[in-house]
Design a protein around this ligand. Structure first.
Ligand code: ASP
Length: 300
């Protein structure tokens, strides 16, 4: 019997504990992932996911989310959705649709309302204040408006061997209304094949989607690489290639878990992530590149 979960960023710690407890009691990978991502979406102190997420340039919290089933390849996604408490629930529901499984903007929000998902204003006072301060700082200096973004991305494996992956984010702070990142895109923000494993991304979506890195990691695991070797190979070779051809690569970090619960991570910046599995309680790690094609990983 094996089970496990891996997620991007320290913010996923409490959620992962809930998810892992569910897996320990023979819960499904799907329910564990939904519980864990909802816990992150519901926490207002996390400023890049769900309630409390930072808004776009017009002060509106626009969110992207996706859900993928690694057994069937069913995939659901929303982009630029507003006023919905838990975008991951909408994405999961959409994954059951044969048609119309990826909805954007007003259509996504209307669908969530119609189906009966909880609707709420997602802009907190704290996020509104951060928005006002950023407007002021941008007027006074050359500060990049886009600093302030992260995605919760998660891969979940249960003791029947089912695997799912999911993402949720409010995307780049001060993004142009309508801007969509990698997070809801299969292959870029997430990918999972239960016969192999899954991967998720966080970082600059505009660059992540140039490399389809989540798919690339799963492909490399399928070819026989360990999750760590697959992450190192995909992330550092793409970082080098993008730097060579495009002149620079934005910050990005990828996590992966295979269908036996082994995991890996690679990143071109300092990055935190959390993992738990049948042998290991939920543990927070930091990762950074060793600049020789590998990753330095330390438990916190
Ligand atoms: N990947 C997200 C986006 O580009 C942001 C992040 O994960 O930092 O929307």
């Amino acid at each position: 019997m094996t089970y496990g979960m891996i997620a991007t960023w320290e913010m996923a710690y409490d959620g992962l504990q809930k998810g892992l407890a569910h897996l320990k009691n023979s819960g499904t990978a799907a329910d564990a992932l939904e519980k864990a991502i909802c816990a992150v979406e519901d926490e207002p102190t996390f400023q890049s996911v769900g309630y409390g997420g930072l808004p776009n340039a017009q002060g509106v919290v626009e969110m992207d989310s996706a859900y993928m089933d690694g057994n069937t390849f069913q995939l659901g996604a929303v982009a630029g959705i507003t006023d919905v408490k838990n975008p991951i629930k909408v994405a999961r529901k959409l994954s059951h649709e044969k048609f119309n499984s990826f909805l954007v903007g007003a259509g996504a929000t209307a669908y969530a309302k119609e189906v009966g998902f909880t609707m709420t204003e997602m802009l907190t006072e704290k996020a509104a204040q951060a928005y006002q301060e950023r407007l002021k700082a941008m007027a006074e200096s050359n500060l990049s408006p886009y600093d302030g973004h992260d995605t919760v991305g998660m891969v979940s494996l249960d003791d029947t061997g089912s695997m799912v992956a999911g993402t949720s984010t409010s995307g780049l702070f001060m993004k142009r209304p309508g801007r969509v990142g990698d997070s809801p895109l299969a292959g870029s923000g997430l990918y999972v094949d239960a016969e192999v494993g899954g991967a998720c991304a966080t970082g600059l979506g505009e660059d992540l989607m140039k490399g389809c890195l989540s798919y690339e990691i799963v492909r490399l695991m399928k070819a026989g690489l360990t999750p760590q070797a697959a992450c190192d190979e995909a992330v550092y070779s793409f970082d080098a290639e993008l730097t060579k051809r495009y002149g620079k690569a934005g910050a990005f970090s990828l996590i992966a878990m295979n269908n036996t619960g082994d995991w890996g991570v690679a990143t071109n910046v300092e990055f935190t992530f959390v993992v738990g599995n049948v042998n290991q309680e939920v543990t927070l790690y930091t990762a950074r590149p060793d600049n020789q094609g590998g990753t330095i990983i330390q438990a916190q």
